[in-house]
Design a protein around this ligand. Structure first.
Ligand SMILES: Nc1ncnc2c1ncn2[C@@H]1O[C@H](COP(=O)(O)OP(=O)(O)OP(=O)(O)O)[C@@H](O)[C@H]1O
Length: 629
């Protein structure tokens, strides 16, 4: 390969340095001589045929030449060649790829990574070549779908593979049947080891790709704009897994035939979900329904999915020729709590934990708390991994027996779901966010607008922040001149007031403006950073004028209605006064003369008009006065 090679001392298990080629400007990567180095000399790879072109790169069938002192070996390999990227980013990606390579060694359900290389200036991942994929098998199958036993078996393999990567904190973000490879024993192997995650934050040369973090048909709502609607998390892969299982069962790709923009609108704006076929084993059906929860906190983790698939294997084998049977289990919302079972399972309570009653979803203040605060002193476990616990509450003699799902753990005064503010202001992200997890040692994961992944730190870096919930009215603070998101103004130029209709997992507020009349396709909802808004309520509006103005925020029809009502009242009042005056004149025995302003002719000519006609004239806008002759 043309280019200049520079060897430097390894700083880790492997090490690279990139230098620009002399003649052809190709980039050359040189690795250390470390044994575990993933580096493969590009001269030993001969590309034969391209077998796929994806959003993140091409896959080639290639031959790899390995020479030892005694013999030469030639193997078929698959080479994933990433799309070109800016030179300054190559080092970053190579570093990440190197880490990934180390992490993926000896994982059983992940495709075998043989090494890394740079061919024609493009970063390459050299893998074992597998004979086919689940996607290929579907393409050959009748109606393009697989049998239920196969789906459950492949699903179990894949859930294991995804869990292996999740344990290493790697997200895949690109789960789809063509990325599930099949080995010699017909087991499914994960063929994508998280390329979109690897490229996170690395600007792409392709404008098409720079907008996306996965394959649109399989992307979760938060995956479309993770810094706005995110962050991406392990549960983002649960959505992609759910889409793949549905496709394997039905033979049709979720949102098939829709454009990228239409898919975005369906998933993100309209909160639609892929259609789940009916009649699946109940545990599988429940878990797949859970995979399509809009808020990723309500989705199952891969461990829950694996549990459901394993428990359904026998049931699936009992079904001959699976059909859509028309029955449906209920979704897994815990009765009365509004939270999914999957959310509750994520935090297992222990004896000694400080707990309080879980507040209802979308509530700003704790209400009717059975346990305002207490300590767990005993536990009963049932088969569903959560059961009743005994809580000692201050001031009550005997411990209370409460279901664990109704409680939340409070550690250092904080519980998952609390609104928090960073004590030091973040640079590019909002300072207000939502706490997603707190470990017993105080380590935390917080979602902030502006970050694609969780912010991780210690609870000492946070303080409680004001909570927001759907239904509240908010307005940009007066000192915000350049808001993070576009925000409408009123006629006078002041920031308009809107109502929160949805709170995203990172605290981003989705706000609509019922006080403003929207025509056609005009954008009716806006986003807001909770750090930039203030709550508007009748209590906080000073004076009657401001209170009236707030009334107008409730519905655009309030103003015209009140104007009409005012006119009507004025008219009624005018008539009433007019009649009174007329009667008093008649009583005095004199005829009233009506002067109609704005009418031509002598006012006296109108004296013969009966009062009803005068009323009509009055209604039509002429002002009427009466005088005595
Ligand atoms: N190691 C491998 N062995 C055999 N075939 C493979 C291997 N890796 C990928 N393939 C196949 O190559 C084809 C293209 O794969 P690739 O992952 O590039 O495509 P894609 O999934 O459409 O794109 P992307 O993953 O970039 O979104 C697929 O059919 C896939 O099954």
């Amino acid at each position: 390969m043309a280019g200049k090679a520079v060897v430097k001392q390894p700083t880790s298990a492997f090490d690279f340095e990139i230098v620009e080629g002399v003649s052809d400007k190709l980039t050359t990567v040189v690795a250390s001589s470390s044994q575990s180095s993933p580096w493969i000399d590009p001269a030993t790879i001969k590309l034969r045929q391209r077998i796929g072109r994806g959003l993140f790169g091409d896959v080639w069938l290639a031959t790899r030449h390995q020479a030892t002192a005694d013999y030469d070996e030639y193997h078929e390999v698959a080479v994933k060649m990433l799309h070109p990227m800016k030179e300054e980013n190559i080092n970053v990606v190579l570093d990440r790829l190197g880490n990934l390579f180390t992490q993926c060694q000896e994982l059983q359900h992940i495709c075998w990574l043989q090494g890394l290389s740079v061919i024609n200036g493009k970063l390459c991942i050299v893998m074992k070549f597998y004979e086919g994929s689940v996607g290929d098998k579907m393409a050959r199958a009748k109606e393009g779908k697989l049998s239920l036993p196969d789906v459950i078996r492949y699903g179990t393999d894949l859930a294991r593979g995804i869990m292996e990567l999740h344990t290493k904190e790697i997200l895949i973000l690109n789960l789809k049947p063509y990325n599930f490879l099949l080995n010699e024993n017909d087991h499914a192997i994960l063929g994508d080891i998280g390329i979109p995650y690897l490229l996170l934050g690395v600007p792409s040369l392709s404008s098409d790709m720079s907008r996306r973090l996965g394959t649109p048909n399989y992307m979760a709502p938060e995956q479309w704009q993770p810094e706005v609607r995110g962050p991406i998390s392990f549960e983002t892969d649960s959505w992609g897994f759910g889409c793949s299982i549905v496709e394997m069962l039905t033979g049709s790709q979720p949102w098939s035939g829709k454009s990228v923009d239409e898919i975005f609108k369906s998933i993100v704006k309209r909160q639609e979900k892929p259609h789940i076929p009916e009649g699946l084993p109940p545990a599988v059906e429940r878990v797949i329904i859970g995979c399509f929860e809009y808020d990723f906190r309500n989705r199952p983790l891969m461990g829950d999915i694996l549990h459901a698939f394993l428990s359904s294997q026998e049931a699936a084998y009992g079904v001959e020729g699976w059909r859509d049977q028309g029955s449906r289990v209920n979704s897994d919302k815990l009765s009365g709590s509004g939270y999914s079972k999957w959310l509750v399972l994520k935090d297992q309570l222990q004896i000694g934990d400080t707990v309080r009653s879980r507040k209802p979803p979308n509530s700003c203040k704790p209400e009717n708390m059975e346990v305002p605060g207490g300590t767990i002193v005993g536990m009963e476990r049932d088969t569903e991994r959560n059961g009743f616990v005994l809580v000692r509450v201050h001031g009550i003699h005997d411990p209370l027996r409460v279901h664990g799902s109704t409680l939340e753990r409070v550690t250092f005064g904080l519980a998952a779901g609390d609104w928090v503010r960073l004590k030091t202001n973040g640079k590019k992200h909002s300072s207000v966010g939502i706490l997603h997890s707190i470990d017993r040692d105080g380590s935390i994961a917080v979602a902030f607008i502006g970050l694609e992944i969780f912010w991780k730190g210690n609870c000492s870096e946070l303080q409680m922040a004001e909570a927001y919930c759907a239904g509240q009215f908010v307005r940009l603070k007066g000192d915000i001149f350049c808001p993070r998101f576009e925000w409408p103004r009123k006629r006078g130029g002041d920031w308009a007031t809107g109502r929160i209709c949805h709170v995203l997992p990172n605290g981003c507020l989705v706000v609509n403006f019922p006080g403003m009349l929207v025509f056609g396709d005009e954008n009716s909802s806006f986003l807001a950073d909770p750090a930039e808004v203030e709550i508007v309520s009748f209590d906080t509006c000073p004076g009657i004028v401001k209170k009236y103005q707030h009334l107008e925020d409730f519905h655009w029809a309030v103003r015209p209605l009140l104007v009409a009502l005012g006119l009507f009242t004025a008219m009624k009042l005018g008539l009433f006064v007019g009649k009174k005056v007329r009667r008093s004149k008649v009583k005095k025995g004199r005829n009233p003369v009506i002067h109609i302003e704005g009418q031509q002719g002598d006012a006296q000519n109108a004296a013969w008009l009966p009062p009803k006609v005068a009323n009509i004239i009055f209604r039509e806008g002429a002002s009427v006065t009466t005088t005595s002759r």
